[in-house]
Write a protein that binds this ligand. Structure first.
Ligand SMILES: Nc1ncnc2c1ncn2[C@@H]1O[C@H](COP(=O)(O)OP(=O)(O)OP(=O)(O)O)[C@@H](O)[C@H]1O
Ligand SMILES: [Mg+2]
Length: 490
């Protein structure tokens, strides 16, 4: 947060986070999940509990009224009701029942006429209700009218020959049940609310605790983006964080390796570029120091300087080739792919290198097993093959041999460069494709190499989705095999 023009401005990132990202936040989702998992059962339980209570209370009240009804109907049967007269005692009993339940009690005769009504409203009137008819037909009924909040109970009044001669009808309001229910509902609401609050607090704490390892991971990643160090993650809380930590450590290690190799490359480049310059400076200084240096000495030193310039030039050209390859590797469109006659291409390279081989009496043999046409970038593949053949000549013995073979099957083209040279020790074989790597630095210096040739060759082959391999026996010879797909796959 910061103050601008006297108003409090929330940094846009925070605002955006609150507006957009809150629903995507894992913490928010965990809190919601835990809260839902806790709140929904609480609400369901509250509903079930209140509903059961209501049903239970109504059932008990109905049973009570039914009992009272049965007793009264029996009393009515044995009293004067059968003769159509209700005694005063019975009338008092009916009023008492009506008072107990704050309800209405009616006595209905066989002609559906209301003989007695404790409300004194409908006496003498005819009543035709479903419950009364059913009671005449069968036995007593009971019904809870939830909407109008009352219980209606009927009980038959049995005559002499066991026939139903009348019905006792009681309508009792359930206000007291509902009042208790209301009190209970209020209490249940308070309990549910308190439980929900506790659940929400647990959800928030669980969300924070569960995501703590992820926050640590984020902090470590942020630390890495600010600059690599030996920042390794060890978040062992969950399987997921262990996997994430391992993946991050691997990535971090790879980045470190890349960084190291970049630094090494830069220092190698500087060193390699400086060496010829230092030689030239030494040569020039020693000439300058001599007052009357003979012309022959000038010529000799100038010749040496020219060689150093050539060497510097070669290093720069090789580096430019590598940079170009790296660029091409990241962008396949810069590949200049054409269908090339590989036999002609190899022959052209060998023709150029034959005079060099001849200076050391090295036999350069070319064997073409079949005509091969492949989709390649001629410049890059030529660079790769000529580097291999140059090496085979350079690291050979005088009077040795170099065999170049070209072959193909239905999918790939195979180029093999074998020599009778000094060979490469097993431990060095895995490094020879690295930039500036040379097996024997002092020997290579004599021969004149910078250690970029094989790196260039490998880049060129890999860019064609091919492969390059080396087989070598020290002091017996070396064989490089190159496989390139006949059809270029971008
Ligand atoms: N055919 C071979 N026989 C023996 N050693 C080899 C052969 N080819 C490569 N090497 C070894 O591998 C190293 C790397 O080769 P690479 O072609 O990359 O570099 P270089 O020949 O030294 O220099 P550059 O090719 O850049 O002029 C060489 O210095 C050499 O020690
Ligand atoms: Mg080389």
């Amino acid at each position: 947060m910061y103050i601008r023009n006297g108003e409090l401005v929330i940094i846009s990132g925070v605002k955006k986070y609150l507006k957009k990202n809150i629903f995507r936040s894992m913490k928010f989702r965990i809190i919601m999940l835990v809260a839902l998992a806790g709140i929904v059962p609480v609400l369901i339980m509250r509903g079930v509990f209140l509903n059961s209570y209501e049903k239970c209370a109504v059932r008990v009240r109905t049973a009570e009224i039914q009992n009272q009804c049965t007793i009264l109907s029996n009393q009515l049967s044995s009293s004067g009701y059968l003769t159509g007269d209700i005694s005063e005692v019975m009338r008092t009993e009916l009023v008492q029942l009506s008072n107990i339940y704050s309800g209405r009690v009616m006595v209905i005769d066989g002609a559906f006429k209301i003989q007695e009504d404790t409300y004194d409203m409908d006496k003498g009137k005819t009543i035709v209700s479903g419950n009364v008819i059913r009671c005449f037909q069968d036995k007593g009924t009971s019904e809870y009218n939830r909407k109008n909040r009352y219980i209606e109970v009927t009980a038959p009044i049995i005559g002499k020959d066991d026939a139903v001669v009348g019905v006792l009808l009681v309508s009792a309001p359930t206000d007291s049940v509902l009042d208790s229910l209301e009190i209970l509902r209020n209490k249940a609401d308070v309990v549910a609310l308190a439980t929900i609050l506790v659940i929400m607090m647990i959800a928030v704490l669980a969300g924070i605790a569960m995501l703590k390892p992820f926050r640590c991971i984020t902090e470590s990643i942020s630390a890495v983006t600010e600059g690599y160090d030996d920042n390794y993650l060890h978040e062992n809380t969950y399987t997921e964080t262990i996997e994430l930590s391992e993946a991050f450590n691997k990535m971090s290690g790879r980045m470190k390796t890349l960084d190291d190799s970049k630094n090494e490359f830069v220092s190698n480049v500087s060193h390699e570029l400086k060496t010829p310059l230092t030689s030239m400076k030494v040569l020039a200084d020693s000439l300058l120091l001599q007052e009357d240096a003979p012309v022959e000495l000038y010529k000799e030193f100038m010749g040496d300087m020219s060689e150093e310039i050539e060497r510097e030039n070669k290093i720069i050209n090789d580096l430019l080739s590598l940079v170009k390859m790296d660029k091409t590797a990241n962008n396949a469109n810069t590949m200049n792919i054409k269908s090339e006659n590989m036999n002609e291409l190899v022959e052209k390279i060998l023709k150029r290198l034959r005079p060099i081989a001849a200076t050391r009496n090295i036999e350069l043999v070319y064997e073409s097993i079949r005509p091969v046409t492949a989709e390649v970038d001629e410049m890059k593949i030529s660079l790769a093959i000529s580097n291999l053949v140059e090496n085979a000549i350079k690291y050979n013995k005088d009077n040795g041999w170099v065999h170049v073979t070209l072959n193909a099957d239905h999918k790939n083209c195979y180029i093999e460069v074998a020599d009778s040279g000094i060979g490469i020790p097993a431990e060095a074989q895995e490094h020879i494709f690295e930039r500036f790597y040379r097996v024997d630095k002092s020997h290579s210096r004599e021969i004149g190499g910078t250690g970029l040739g094989l790196a260039i060759a490998r880049s060129a082959v890999v860019m064609h989705r091919g492969a390059i391999k080396v087989f070598s026996q020290p002091s017996e010879g070396t064989t490089f095999t190159v496989r390139i797909p006949l059809n270029y796959v971008s």
